[in-house]
Design a binder for this molecule. Sequence first.
Ligand SMILES: Nc1ncnc2c1ncn2[C@@H]1O[C@H](COP(=O)(O)OP(=O)(O)OP(=O)(O)O)[C@@H](O)[C@H]1O
Length: 471
Amino acid sequence: MDKNIPHLKEPDFLSNILKPIEPEPSGPSIWNKLYDNLAANPIFAGGAGLAAIGVGLTFAKRFGVIANTQLRRYCVRSLELTNENPAYPWVMSHINLHSKFKANSLFLDSRLEFSESGHARMNHFFTPGTGVHYFNYRGKFVKLERNREKSLIHKDGVRKPFETVTLTTYGIFGRSKPAEFWHSFLASATQEGLSTLKTGLVVYQAIGPEWKRLGNPRKKRPLESVILEGNTLENLFDDVVEFLASEQWYTDRGIPYRRGYLFYGPPGTGKSSFISALAGRLGYSICMLSLSERTLDDLRLNYLINNMPPKSFLLLEDVDAAFAPRDPETPTQQKMYEGLSRVTLSGLLNALDGVASSEERLIFMTTNYKDRLDSALIRPGRVDVQHYFGYCTPEMIQLLFMRFYYPKKVEDIDPKQALAIKQKELLELAKNFSNAVLSLKKNISPAQIQKHLINYKDDTQAAIESVEEIK
Ligand SMILES: Nc1ncnc2c1ncn2[C@@H]1O[C@H](COP(=O)(O)OP(=O)(O)OP(=O)(O)O)[C@@H](O)[C@H]1O
């Protein structure tokens, strides 16, 4: 305020109006008072306490649910299956078989099997009984809960109680896919179950325009029982497996999805044995066709090759026998082939090339005389892999010997004698046998060795000492 301006006295009524508002004397607000009153009220305080506890519990429960869900997502893996599932018995026996602790209460599942000859056999399977069982399966803790319901199901022609099994395992699975653990578990159980199924090798023969099963399925020959030089067996096997896994690759490039193999070499060197064992291992059947069959003509050949049962190999044995060479060495040679077959080379080539490109086709041809084959038949595209099956090498002779005399079961070995000692002994004998065979200075086929060893199947020493009998 300017000091030179005379100070005007405010009239009294104004001073009353302009009187500054004095702050209320501090004390409990209305809300505080309300709160105090309510808090002092024992009925209300009790109710509020209960409500607070209720809210707290609701939150705790919610939190528990969330925590439980998260825990289950990261640490628990469950699998439920019923006895309507075909894999059910395999899963049950697999877990019992591969667990550190076995179930104490067992369920017996017996199956009666009749062979075609009428021979009967009873197979018993033990699975964990009803209730809860705990296992240590390959380092993982697994809880198995088997429940039996009152309702019945029809299975294998009999009425059985409906059952459910829940398998639960615990661990830190993190964000891994929920079913990952059970996928690998099921893969092992299924593989084991399938291996117990006795499926034989089905061989088809061409009867008229159709493929007909040739007798009953044959016993599958283990692939390892065919002894080939070096890594031949593994390489050929890998080649076929790779082809079977490459359908998309062929489709993408518009290449007919087929592969041809030519196995050539002297008789008795394992060409047919390898093809049968390979088909058995891969779960394929074999369609056998003889080109020199008198009733086979180009038309029928074409139809048969293009209408094979699924998952089967085409086997053309002694493929040289059907056609005369384009340039016969002698007129007699030309005559030899005349009238032998009604199938012509061009008919065969057409049939092979005509195979529907989208269909998987594996064609195996065998011959003892590769040089007699027309080059058109074995050109790439028709024959993609050629392999020579030769006479025995020293290593093959040893392996044939070892395989022949190797104890079938570990129980066959004297318990006091370690397997390693037995193997070492056998290896020594195999070397002696191989040296004896080599001293003959002749080409010997695996079939000849096999025949000789069969003659001395119980006497390794005699087999070595009588090698000159090998013819
Ligand atoms: N490499 C081998 N390993 C194991 N056994 C073999 C082998 N080669 C031949 N054999 C045995 O010899 C017999 C005849 O073999 P296989 O029919 O496979 O010979 P192949 O080469 O197909 O003969 P061919 O050319 O006459 O048709 C079979 O019983 C088989 O067990």
